[in-house]
Design a protein around this ligand. Structure first.
Ligand code: NCD
Length: 327
């Protein structure tokens, strides 16, 4: 969907790139972003961080309403969007339990979206099906922000991931990023790998055979002529990675529980493994973690996952302000 101006009428195709700015746009996929867009959002996020640290809140989005619709569980994504809106003076319609909404009466996604956009100025949607946000965007006149569409994408997570890398390591170009765990079902990995294609990075994908990165994502990375490698063994990357991006095995996506049990504990990042890592590097995780990262490394300064989740709020403040034309 596209140039949804404030009257919301004009539509020229789905999820266009953001070269002409964010105002009124849907955020469906990381494929929409350019490096300039990212620099802009990261700059606004820096400002939001300064505002929150200095005074706690602003009234930039006073009078604006966000509908936060989650058809799948969430802690960080939903609460950081709610906090983001609240810290900018706006309000939120939180629909976390769709079983208490008319969805259980059989209401379709387009009808739910049409309903909410008559009350809200922007809609954040998490849904179990790939492409659900794109469908919602097709029906909505107001901006839709994809907060995870099944095993598809999670663009706002990739933005906060990249922002964390930039903030912690001071750059993105030239880095070696290793992604570890469930690369097949992990939508955060799909979005981050695609977004990193805009930079000059090396990527290594570390997973068991059955959880390898999907071919379409791998081909996109290869189309950008970036050096990529796949391995099963996490110790292969420990000494050389600048970013170790660890993910949870996505139990809920497995049709066969026995198969989940086979791979669920395939990687655990321990202090012994961290002994091999560079002094300046980061361990990241979109969270929630199950067993993949030992609690014993939480106090290691290289453990970035708690900083990462705080960054999520600043990035989402920046995005909301941008799509509402207030950044
Ligand atoms: C992730 C998600 O929902 O895809 N969580 C998040 O948004 N921070 C990762 C996960 O559930 O493993």
């Amino acid at each position: 969907m596209s140039t949804k101006a404030s009257n919301g009428i004009k539509r020229v195709g789905l999820a266009p790139n953001l070269t002409s700015g964010f105002y009124g746009q849907d955020i469906i996929s990381v494929r929409q972003f350019t490096r300039d867009n990212l620099d802009y959002i990261f700059g606004v996020a820096d400002e939001m961080r300064a505002v929150v640290r200095r005074v706690g809140s602003t009234d930039l989005l006073k009078g604006h309403v966000l509908a936060c619709v989650f058809y799948e569980p969430s802690t960080r994504t939903s609460s950081s969007f709610i906090a983001a809106m609240s810290r900018m003076g706006g309000s939120v319609i939180p629909i976390n339990e769709v079983r208490y909404s008319s969805v259980t009466k059989g209401e379709s996604l387009p009808d739910t979206i049409r309903t909410l956009e008559s009350y809200a100025d922007v809609i954040v949607l998490r849904h179990p099906e790939i492409g659900a946000s794109e469908v919602a965007a097709k029906y909505a006149r107001k901006p839709i922000i994809n907060a995870g569409d099944g095993v598809g994408e999670h663009p706002t997570q990739a933005l906060l991931d990249l922002y964390t890398i930039r903030t912690d390591l001071g750059k993105i170009d030239g880095l070696h990023v290793a992604m570890v765990g469930d690369l097949r079902y992990g939508r955060t990995v799909h979005s981050l790998a695609r977004l990193l294609c805009l930079y000059d990075v090396r990527m290594t994908f570390v997973s068991p055979e059955i959880l390898r990165l999907p071919l379409d994502v791998m081909n996109e990375v290869k189309d950008h002529n970036l050096p990529v490698r796949e391995t099963y063994d996490v110790s292969d990357v420990m000494a050389d990675a600048d970013v170790l991006y660890v993910t949870r095995v996505q139990r809920e996506r497995f049709a066969d529980q026995a198969q989940y049990d086979e791979v669920k504990d395939c990687y655990v990042i321990t202090p012994e493994l961290m002994d091999k890592a560079k002094e300046q590097m980061v361990v990241m995780h979109p969270l929630p973690r199950v067993n993949e990262i030992s609690y014993a490394i939480d106090d290691d300064p290289r453990a970035a996952y708690f900083r990462q989740m705080e960054n999520g709020m600043y990035i989402r403040m920046a995005l909301l302000a941008a799509v509402l034309g207030k950044a």
